[in-house]
Write a protein that binds this ligand. Structure first.
Ligand code: FES
Ligand code: FE2
Length: 358
């Protein structure tokens, strides 16, 4: 497991989970992020903390512990820790032990809890991609988390090539989106720490309005280390051509919009967490009902992805890495994302090697 860590980018903000999963003064929660066992808790004052999920005494999981005021108490033999990781006492031990937990930079942003497993000195919150958040009444969202028995790169590939929607999600997302995804290529561009995908679907079906045709604009960024932020908008026919097939200007009001925020967080080399939310812009009771229906479709679709990706992982496990894959134009997005991640991981390793050599 420890060896796993080297395969991941360490200096990046990973989504640990949702802020509402950690109650003030409530039970701490333990999760593994890129090979690091991490416990998160909120003190009674509501301050969020992240530390290694390993008591220095007998290496018990601190996530089995309890929050007591501003301290996290190990419920094996009672050693207590402050939010800075410093030991604050142990029963029967007169002098407070001079031990300290490793703590991790932790930030809450857009209702996600973000963890930086790498060098804390490099943890710049400005590197956190902007998402939507799930508590804005003007754009209500429904959220969920699942896990895949697969390497995170297979999830990256999946999200960077949505032509699979027509096949894997034939009766779910394909129909709900009103578009045929495998029939046209998106415009794919590299950003400093993301890959951007933009496309128009002309003459798409208007979701929920049989017979009505619209032009549909879909744009998303897939950020390092696996953050998917999508905005979709439907417009009257002819809008795509009027926009010269570029992004619609802000002064053209869409008929309906959807938003998605999703995060791929590796647990280990063969297990990956996926935290996602889907939303519609608007706050009428009708939209709330539609959102509930949309969430059902999205949850069903991600089970379809899981089935396909876990089966793909099982085949990969039985395949000699020397057996080549056959590349097609749809692979441009996955290829660029892998290239970006590989470069960042390589740079991080080179830096660590040169520091070790000093
Ligand atoms: S293992 Fe935590 S106090 Fe003993
Ligand atoms: Fe999918």
């Amino acid at each position: 497991m420890l060896g796993d860590r080297a395969m991941f980018l360490q200096n990046a903000w990973y989504v640990w989970g949702w802020g509402h999963e950690i109650a003030t003064g409530g039970p701490p929660v333990g999760r593994v992020v890129v090979g690091h066992p991490i416990v998160i808790w909120r003190s009674d004052a509501g301050v969020i903390h992240a530390a290694e999920d390993r008591c220095p005494h007998r290496h018990a999981a601190l996530s089995k512990g309890r929050v007591d005021g501003d301290r996290l108490v190990c419920m094996y033999h009672g050693m207590a820790f402050g939010g800075d990781g410093r030991c604050m006492g142990m029963p029967l031990v007169e002098k407070t032990p001079d031990v300290r937990l490793r703590t991790y930079p932790v930030v809450e942003s857009d209702d996600w809890v973000w963890i930086w497993p790498g060098d804390p000195a490099k943890a710049d919150p400005m590197l956190i991609p902007k998402a939507f958040g799930i508590r804005n009444p003007d754009r209500p969202m429904r959220s969920n988390s699942i896990e895949y028995n697969a390497n995170y790169r297979l999830l990256h590939d999946n999200l960077c090539d949505l032509s699979h929607v027509d096949y894997v999600h034939e009766t779910t997302l394909r129909q709900a989106s009103g578009a045929y995804w495998a029939q046209s290529k998106p415009r794919v561009t590299s950003q400093p720490r993301a890959i951007r995908f933009e496309r128009w679907f002309e003459q798409a079906d208007m979701p929920g309005a049989p017979g009505q045709k619209v032009d549909s604009w879909i744009a998303y960024d897939f950020h390092v280390p696996g953050i998917f932020i999508l905005h979709g908008a439907r417009f009257p026919l002819g809008t795509a051509a009027r926009c010269n097939y570029g992004p619609p200007p802000a002064d053209i009001e869409p008929l309906v919009q959807n938003i998605e925020q999703q995060a791929v967080t590796p647990v280990s080399s063969n297990r990956t967490a996926y935290h996602y939310a889907t939303g519609l812009i608007g706050d009428s009771p009708e939209m709330t009902l539609k959102l509930a229906q949309r969430m059902d479709v999205v949850m069903a679709a991600f089970e379809e992805d899981r089935e396909m990706i876990e089966a793909q992982q099982a085949i990969h496990d039985l395949t000699d890495p020397a057996v080549p894959m056959f590349f097609v134009p749809q692979d441009q997005g996955p290829f660029l994302m892998r290239k970006l991640m590989n470069r960042l991981i390589r740079e991080e390793r080179n830096q660590a090697d040169s520091l070790a050599a000093c």
